[in-house]
Design a protein around this ligand. Structure first.
Ligand code: ATP
Ligand code: MG
Length: 391
């Protein structure tokens, strides 16, 4: 047993939940088992049990553990221990349906629950004694870096077209062996049907794909099998190649750009989209992007008056991000010289200091004055600016 597996089964929250749900069994499932087998630590610990969701709710509440019916229709209850959420899902047998909604039937069988999972490396379970149940050779596949559907790729994709995106996501993260032709053909055949996937699900998987360390190879595969164009409206021509070039130069600028994973993913999305005339409405609608995400994307994709102005108004991080999206290699290299020490003064004139103007005229004056000040490299003083006629 490796130390990651040991850490999972001795985790006090898992032990506590096992104890209160006993005599029903509780096992760790999915991503955390896969990651432990690979010697990695997972952010989440998902669990499964044959107990029905109402019973899980009842037992937890009775034991004074906060329990929320977060996905009760799919059999998922979230237990909260010391502020940390744990999803506990009742064993299920998924019924096939229209490729979008999955009808759920509960089960008592760990084998049936494994069979409904997407890939062999995601279909293992781990009990509290440290036994890994692995019906499909998931351990071997995880170690070899093979992303293999549980069952026939084509059938499993037809049950839920999102699995195509999940395939590419896990391939990007764990894949070490080139995808096999049959799986790629199944993904290509699915592409025309993927337009019906819900925006929330698409956004979640796509941002995760874009947020991996280097998604270049996966983007190329997705482009070649026609999935990328269906998932990313307004994709620029040759997007995967351009994105790969921009991803390759990121490593030279890492010390300057401090960004969270959402920002990183949106920057990579910008690589796929950026072109001179670009409307962000189609992608915002398709991926159901939040206001904040739309604003970030807008900043990264619209050409600023100058990168200096952008750095001054939106901060250096935003400027670095926009540079990585829009700038030529020469401009980027140049930015290394000026941007790190760039410390612009605040614009010296406020509206109340221009008493003879109001409303739109005042706004226009201030904008023109700010541009002049910018052009002077912030040398013009308040008095000099106030003396100038801009209108
Ligand atoms: P991550 O570390 O990125 O969270 P994960 O494997 O935990 O990876 P989740 O999306 O959290 O991925 O899903 C948890 C588990 O549920 C998966 O490991 C898989 O067994 C199963 N699963 C999730 N979505 C699907 C799906 N669309 N079809 C089949 N099984 C799925
Ligand atoms: Mg997970």
């Amino acid at each position: 047993m490796n130390k990651h597996v040991k850490a999972l089964i001795t985790h006090p929250h898992f032990l506590r939940l096992s104890e209160v749900l006993a005599p029903a069994e509780l096992r760790l499932v999915g991503g955390c088992v896969r990651d432990a087998v690979l010697g990695l630590t997972s952010a989440d610990m998902d669990m499964a049990t044959p107990l029905r969701p109402e019973q899980v709710m009842g037992v937890l509440t009775h034991s004074h553990i906060v329990a929320k019916p977060t996905g009760i229709d799919f059999g998922t209850v979230t237990a909260i221990l010391e502020g940390k959420p744990y999803e506990i899902t009742t064993l299920r047998r998924d019924m096939e349906c229209d490729g979008r909604h999955v009808k759920v039937t509960y089960s008592e069988s760990w084998e049936e629950d494994a069979a409904r999972r997407d890939f062999t490396l995601n279909a293992m379970s781990l009990d509290k004694e440290g036994n890994i149940t692995d019906y499909y050779g998931g351990q071997q596949d995880a170690q070899a870096g093979i992303i293999r559907f549980v069952g026939k790729a084509e059938e499993r994709i037809r049950e839920d077209y999102l699995r195509v995106l999940r395939y590419f996501r896990f391939y990007g993260r764990y894949g070490k062996v080139l995808p096999d032709a049959e799986t790629l053909a199944a993904c290509a055949a699915a592409a025309p049907h993927m337009g019906r996937l819900s925006g929330e699900r698409v956004q979640k998987e796509m941002l995760k794909i874009l947020g991996t360390r280097d998604p270049s190879a996966v983007l190329k595969l997705m482009q070649d099998c026609g999935v990328l164009a269906v998932m990313v409206p307004s994709l620029q021509p040759n997007a995967a190649k351009i994105a790969a070039e921009k991803i390759a130069r990121e490593k030279h600028y890492e010390p300057f750009v401090d960004c969270d994973s959402n920002t990183l993913s949106l920057r990579r999305l910008s690589y796929l989209l950026y072109q001179s005339v670009l409307s962000l409405d189609p992608i915002s609608t398709r991926w159901k992007l939040s206001r904040a995400q739309q604003k970030t994307l807008q900043l990264f994709c619209s050409q600023p008056l100058s990168f200096k102005t952008l750095a001054r108004k939106e901060g250096k991080d935003k400027a670095w991000n926009a540079l990585l999206v829009q700038a030529t290699n020469v401009e980027l290299k140049e930015a290394k010289k000026w941007l790190p020490d760039f410390n612009p003064p605040a614009f010296p004139v406020s509206g109340s200091e221009v008493p003879h103007l109001t409303g739109k005229a005042l706004g226009d004056w201030l904008k023109a004055a700010e541009n002049k000040w910018e052009e002077s490299d912030y040398v013009l003083t308040k008095d000099e600016l106030l003396k100038k006629e801009f209108l």
